[in-house]
Design a protein around this ligand. Structure first.
Ligand code: SF4
Ligand code: SF4
Ligand code: SF4
Ligand code: FES
Length: 948
């Protein structure tokens, strides 16, 4: 199996090129490059142990010594930079003797169990012993050694076996430099020195299980347990993580059709060889026993399931859709696509709905997360996407994070951001809760604006007020790049006294002076970039806030170059892609409105069917109408609305009211419990296609194993349904679908399987003008021409606290779990998060007699649920917080139907509640337990009957 090449030290960038001679060979590299790196460029390997190209050189092992003509001694080639005209020799008898001596010392304190070692054949120590020609070890094992040091098996995914450690410190440096967690240290000195994770073990330490130390370790000391159990991989396939919007590239290292490990790809455009615990280790769900692999049907949700053939299931689903549309009209059916699916899968579902169902009733789960981003950025800048590449953050001087928690939600980007912050960039955080970045090793927020949930728009107006009234506007930028008239109207609006920090301080719960200082820093600190998440969008004024953010960036000239920009951190892997692919009811691919006659006729010609010019139903409209009896058939592809959408009881009532719910998924998820047809889907390891991450990066997903559902990729299942409805879709693979998308979508015109194979990934727009993609948008002009300012009047949410509901509940996610948890709950990640708990400030807890771990009833206007309490000052008084990764928690039983005025994105982040100590689960939870046990039983009956 080809290994990723290791250049020993990081590549350097410089305008100056340096030419030198290594072993008689001329090589030219950028100034600042190390000798060992230059040698690798010339194809010359120098033995090394403590150096690796993901880390800064350390110079401790003394194996990489070289001779330089005219210089005394034997310098370490990893810490010596190139110089013009140097003549370097990497091989000589003297060097060989020194290197052998060094290796001999290492090996004399290393177990010689290579033949039975899990990494036999994939160990740098073993390779180096061979490379330096070590044949014998003169020192015996009689003296002091570390051969009996105890293993640390506490981490579920990797082993730490200190008997094999050579104390090269690569793991410690990986944890610091790459991950930014600082969980490891070298304790003691000399012979006593050893790697230590916290006081006890890895699980007890600050370690977040990102795997960077495991990847960096040159020996079998830090080792994936999967490799120990399964053996070394034989081949590898490059693919893309299916979890979050960072979109990390991985090499799936395989034995036959079994994944042995996922190794982050050094050439990954979004991750540069780094990973988090989810992508690196949490792929076990793909082979979990709960995977549904057989199609099933039933007449009613009170009936047990019946396992049937693919043809029978598809024909039944098609006949039900036809029956329902004939009886209730074509608009009584629709579909929901998922941001977990590939672009190609999403595309064929929306095509099915528009061309075959004959309606535009298709929506995506982005409705409940980033739909305000699409709307707000389109209005102001002209394109519904983030403006930067992740690497852009390395050129930021001021980073402002609003309503996002990058180290938990977007961990690999969070690590990159931390690196920039350690280099000295300033940090402003606007969040009701103290996220990790507020204070973590070597990173401290300059300002933590602890605003009250629901007051974002007031904050952005107050900051804009400071910029406008203190003369901090970048007038040149605004005059040249923006609609001046819209700027003047906006400027006059934000300058009003009612928008001053002083006027809004009480509403926000932040001191006016702090707001002023943060605004000044943002406007004058150099390159200022805004990163935001669902804490911005999931509000009744989500779209207003997105526009407010764009206004502030335009007014301060922070758009159109590296280091600045407006950057939505998309939650799921393909939120950007599912929106790009036309899965909203009013838009075709590339955000062209269905009422646009030219766009519509383009699709009509390509698809050979008349298309409706009327926008279809959004998810909340579908659910409302279903409850009223007007919406009867839903094709739900990879999405779990019964857990992820607000006001659970409203959602489940809607599902119960439908006559045909078709669920396509890996597991019998919460929505499937209300379904009549279950179509087993394929995991990301079982299919091909593309995902588009938060920086518009289209990355390939490549099939590494046969789908467990009988060999069907998800697009094939949709195509089967389409054929059964009389409209064959003639694709041979996902790549054919990508070709059709490229043909019909100007921003995707240059994207193809071949382009992705060549470049690894590409950021749209990718077309004739930008054949290699577009890392930074809006460079010379905005996509809409001139940037447009919008008035952002602050309208407080109608979800008010009062005597009955005096606290505000807000929600978020945690590093180890992913969204509804359907995948991560079926992996060893549960070791970090076994249940959702409610965080409550000590004062609020004391007032209510609540102690740590007590069961707490949370009541809102929508419902009640019960969770265990976690008492913490991370939340401010008056605010409680929970995650929503476990269905039985019922976090969405309490969230309300309130939503963003423009896009209907639910107001997940503000729910007025009361909490009290209780002794038993809520009625909803007890009913849920009973119902879900019954439904799981129905599926078990199906598989038992099929086995008879
Ligand atoms: S655990 Fe591995 S990387 Fe860390 S010091 Fe030991 S040998 Fe080096
Ligand atoms: S797994 Fe990551 S966080 Fe944990 S010790 Fe290793 S590098 Fe640090
Ligand atoms: S979950 Fe996100 S950050 Fe973690 S490996 Fe996957 S894409 Fe990367
Ligand atoms: S590799 Fe250069 S000193 Fe270790």
């Amino acid at each position: 199996m080809d290994k990723q090449k290791d250049y020993a030290t990081p590549a350097r960038k410089s305008d100056k090129q340096v030419t030198l001679e290594i072993d008689g060979q001329q090589v030219t590299v950028p100034a600042g490059t190390s000798l060992i790196h230059a040698a690798m460029v010339a194809g010359i390997s120098i033995p090394k142990l403590c150096a690796t190209d993901s880390l800064e050189p350390f110079g401790s092992c003394r194996l990489c010594l070289v001779e330089i003509e005219g210089r005394r001694g034997l310098p370490a080639s990893c810490t010596t930079p190139v110089d013009e005209g140097l003549k370097v020799h990497t091989q000589s008898k003297k060097l060989a003797d020194v290197r052998r001596g060094v290796m001999e010392l290492y090996i004399s304190d290393h177990p010689l169990d290579c033949l039975t070692c899990a990494t036999n054949g994939d160990c740098e120590l073993q390779d180096m012993a061979g490379a330096v020609g070590l044949r014998e070890v003169r020192y015996g094992y009689e003296g002091d050694n570390h051969l009996n040091a105890e293993k640390d098996e506490s981490n579920p995914y990797f082993t730490f076996d200190p008997s094999k450690c050579i104390v090269c410190s690569r793991c410690v440096r990986a944890c610091e430099e790459t991950q930014g967690t600082f969980a490891l240290t070298i304790e003691g000195r000399g012979f006593e020195s050893k790697v230590a994770a916290g006081i006890n073990d890895f699980m007890d330490s600050e370690c977040v299980s990102c795997g960077a130390c495991v990847a960096a370790c040159p020996t079998a000391t830090l080792m994936e347990k999967s490799v120990i159990e399964q053996g070394l991989p034989e081949h590898s396939v490059t693919t893309t993580c299916a979890y979050c919007g960072v979109g990390c590239s991985f090499n799936a290292e395989m034995r036959g059709e079994e994944v042995v490990r996922m190794v982050p790809n050094k050439n990954g455009g979004a991750n540069h060889g780094h990973s988090c615990v989810k992508g690196r280790f949490a792929w076990g769900y793909t082979t979990h026993k709960d995977r549904m692999t057989k199609p099933m049907i039933r007449k009613s949700i009170q009936d047990p399931w019946q396992e049937v053939s693919w043809d029978e299931a598809i024909n039944y689903a098609a006949s039900e859709i036809t029956r329902i549309q004939t009886k209730y009209g074509k608009h009584s059916a629709g579909a929901i696509t998922s941001s977990r699916c590939t672009n190609e899968e999403v595309y064929v579902v929306q095509k099915l709905v528009r061309a075959v169902f004959g309606t535009n009733n298709v929506d995506t789960c982005a409705r409940v997360c980033h739909s305000p981003t699409g709307y707000g950025l389109k209005q102001t800048l002209g394109e519904s996407a983030g403006t930067q590449t992740f690497d852009s953050v390395m050129k930021s001087d001021v980073i402002m994070i609003i309503g996002a928690n990058p180290t938990d939600g977007h961990p690999v980007f969070g690590s990159q951001m931390k690196r920039r912050l350690r280099e000295g960039a300033k940090l402003i955080i606007a969040d009701p809760r103290a996220i990790d970045l507020v204070s973590s090793p070597h990173v401290k927020a300059d300002y933590h604006l602890k605003l009250r949930p629901g007051t974002n728009v007031a904050l952005i107006s107050a900051m804009a007020h400071v910029v406008v009234t203190e003369g901090l506007v970048d007038e040149d930028f605004v005059k040249e790049r923006c609609e001046w008239d819209s700027f003047v109207v906006w400027r006059d609006f934000v300058a009003k006294p009612q928008n001053s920090p002083e006027a809004l301080a009480e509403e926000l719960g932040i001191k006016a002076e702090e707001i002023r200082a943060a605004a000044r820093l943002f406007a004058t600190g150099g390159n200022s970039a805004i990163y935001y998440g669902l804490g911005v969008t999931e509000h009744s004024q989500g779209s207003t806030m997105v526009m407010g953010i764009a206004n502030l960036a335009m007014a301060t000239g922070n758009l159109g170059r590296e280091g600045v920009g407006v950057n939505p951190l998309r939650g799921q892997n393909n939120v950007q892609g599912s929106c790009d692919m036309g899965s909203m009811p009013h838009e075709f691919t590339g955000y062209r409105h269905v009422s646009d006659a030219a766009a519509r006729s383009l699709f009509e010609r390509a698809w050979g069917r008349p298309l409706s010019s009327e926008p279809g139903l959004r998810i909340p409209n579908m659910l409302d109408l279903a409850g009223e009896g007007g919406f009867k058939a839903l094709y739900c592809n990879g999405e779990d609305i019964a857990q992820s959408d607000p006001n659970t009881q409203h959602v489940t009532h809607a599902l119960e009211s439908m006559e045909c719910v078709i669920v396509q998924d890996l597991f019998l998820n919460e929505t499937a419990m209300y379904a009549h047809v279950f179509l087993p889907g394929a995991s990301f390891l079982e299919k091909s296609g593309t995902f588009t991450n938060a920086e518009r990066r289209i990355s390939p997903v490549r099939r590494v194993m046969t789908p467990k559902n009988g060999g069907k990729e998800d697009w094939e299942i949709t195509a089967m349904l389409s054929k059964a409805l009389g409209y064959p879709m003639n694709y041979n693979s996902a790549w054919d679908i990508l070709d059709e998308i490229a043909e019909l979508t100007p921003t995707f015109k240059g994207v193809s399987q071949q382009k992705l194979d060549e470049l690894g990934s590409v950021q749209w727009p990718c077309n004739d003008e930008h054949p290699s993609g577009t890392p930074t948008m809006h460079i010379d002009e905005f996509v809409r021409g001139k940037g447009k300012f919008f008035i952002t009047e602050y309208v407080p949410t109608t979800e008010k606290v009062n005597a009955k509901y005096p606290l505000i509940l807000t929600t978020g996610r945690i590093l180890s779990q992913y969204n509804v948890g359907a995948q991560t709950r079926r992996t060893n990640n549960v070791a970090w998060h076994t249940e959702d708990r409610v965080e409550i400030h000590p004062h609020d807890a004391e007032d209510r007699g609540i102690k740590e771990n007590d069961w707490v009833g949370i009541n809102s206007r929508a419902g009640q649920t019960v969770l265990r309490a976690k008492i913490t000052e991370r939340v401010q008084p008056g605010v409680i917080y929970t995650t929503f990764h476990h269905p039985e928690s019922g976090a969405n039983v309490i969230t309300t139907d309130n939503s963003d005025w423009a896009t209907n994105c639910p107001e997940f982040k503000v729910t007025a509640v009361q909490v009290t100590r209780v002794s038993q689960l809520s009625d909803w939870q007890r009913n849920y337990q009973e119902f879900s046990e019954e439904q799981i039983g129905f599926a078990q009956i199906a598989s038992e009957q099929a086995a008879q």
